[in-house]
Ligand binder design. Structure first.
Ligand SMILES: [Zn+2]
Length: 91
């Protein structure tokens, strides 16, 4: 089992692995699709932990640190999630 520095890192990793199970199931990957599978699992984890509509509403009035606290996610992942919004406001 990997060791995580914070509970939020652990939560994100679990959501990422859940994404693999839901998206890919028992499908064995070939080397060319590993990058795509990782990107899909990352996107799943971002939407799963910071749900659509709720996150898009919160991003209008909370900064990245407040969002990280509210959703229990690392700030880095909040910024990655924000990039998936129509009106990305953080650099
Ligand atoms: Zn993965």
């Amino acid at each position: 089992m990997p060791k995580f520095k914070t509970a939020s890192d652990c939560r994100y990793a679990l959501a990422h692995e859940l994404g693999h199970i839901i998206i890919h199931g028992r499908d064995k990957t070939c080397v060319e699709t590993i990058g795509k599978h990782e990107a899909a699992a990352d996107a799943f984890a971002l939407y799963f932990t910071m749900p659509p509509y709720l996150f898009e509403k919160d991003i209008k009035c909370l900064n990245e640190w407040d969002l990280a606290e509210k959703y229990g996610m690392p700030v880095e992942q909040v910024l990655n999630r924000a990039k998936l919004c129509d009106h990305y406001q953080y650099q």
